[in-house]
Ligand binder design. Structure first.
Ligand SMILES: [Zn+2]
Length: 150
C-alpha cells in the first residue's frame, strides 16, 4: 500500500512538473517548434528508462493542447528533417554526421556546430519560416497550423 502511494506521489509530481513547464513555455512564446521524435523507437534503446521517466510524449501532448488553448502556433517538424545535419549558417547538409557525435565543422563555411545548438537554430528558422532556399522543402513541416481554424 505504501509502495502504491509512493508511485502515485511520483506520478503526480511528474505530471505537475510537465504541466507547469509546458504552461511556462506557452506563456513565454507565441510560436513553439518541436521535433517529432519517435519516442517508441527511443524506448527500445539504452535510454529507455530515462525517456519513460521524463514523460516526453505526455509533455508534447500538454504543449500541443496548451498551444491550442492559448492561441499559440505549435509546429511539429517531421522527424526526418535533418535539424542537426544542416549547417544553420550556410545550409550545407552533413550526410556523414552520426548520432553519437556532438560537434562538427562545416566544410562549406567553416562554422563549428554543437549538435543541439545547431538543431535548435534550424528549428527556430523553421518556426520563422526562414530556412535557406532549398531547405524549406526538407522541413516537411507537419501540423503547421495549430490550433485548427474554427
Ligand atoms: Zn556552413
Amino acid at each position: 500500500m505504501r509502495l502504491a502511494r509512493q508511485h502515485a506521489y511520483i506520478s503526480n509530481a511528474r505530471n505537475d512538473f510537465l504541466h507547469k513547464l509546458s504552461k511556462a513555455i506557452i506563456d513565454e512564446n507565441q510560436v513553439v517548434v518541436v521535433e517529432d521524435i519517435n519516442v517508441k523507437d527511443l524506448l527500445k534503446t539504452r535510454l529507455a528508462k530515462s525517456i519513460a521517466d521524463s514523460g516526453w510524449s505526455k509533455f508534447l501532448t500538454y504543449l500541443k493542447c496548451k498551444a491550442g488553448g492559448y492561441g499559440r502556433t505549435f509546429i511539429q517538424v517531421d522527424r526526418f528533417f535533418p535539424s542537426s545535419k544542416l549547417c544553420h549558417r550556410c545550409g550545407y547538409k552533413n550526410e556523414d554526421f552520426v548520432l553519437n557525435e556532438r560537434k562538427w565543422c562545416c566544410p562549406a563555411c567553416g562554422e563549428t556546430h554543437d549538435r543541439d545548438v545547431n538543431a535548435s537554430i534550424n528549428l527556430y528558422y523553421v518556426g520563422l519560416g526562414r530556412l535557406k532556399r532549398g531547405t524549406v522543402e526538407q522541413a516537411l513541416v507537419t501540423n503547421r497550423s495549430y490550433p485548427a481554424t474554427k
